[in-house]
Design a protein around this ligand. Structure first.
Ligand SMILES: [Zn+2]
Length: 102
């Protein structure tokens, strides 16, 4: 969770928490991505996706620092072209339908 500080009076304070690999996370995969299929947007066919986040306002009462902050919660990937939120299940279903055709 990335945290953006709204307070402007303390610019040196490190608000972005260091991302550390948590225990139990999948190991680094040794896969040649050149041999993997490109995923395209089911709606428009674009291959570029952007991280989509919901922003949560944390009021001074809720904030551990006592200052209002904004937290970003990543919800998935959106197509850079049509802004559709990518749904892996829909994509898989469409792929299976395509492959079932003779
Ligand atoms: Zn799209």
């Amino acid at each position: 969770m990335a945290v953006i500080d709204l307070g402007k009076n303390n610019p040196n304070r490190q608000m972005q928490r260091q991302r550390q690999p948590a225990a139990g996370q999948p190991m680094q995969m040794n896969i040649d991505l050149k041999n993997c299929e490109d995923i395209m947007c089911p709606s428009c066919g674009s291959e570029i996706f952007i991280d989509a986040s919901k922003l949560k306002y944390i009021s001074p009462l809720q904030s551990p620092t006592g200052k209002p902050t904004v937290a970003a919660v990543v919800v998935g990937k959106v197509c850079a072209s049509c802004n559709e939120l990518f749904n892996p299940d829909v994509w898989k279903r469409l792929k299976e339908l395509k492959e079932e055709k003779p």
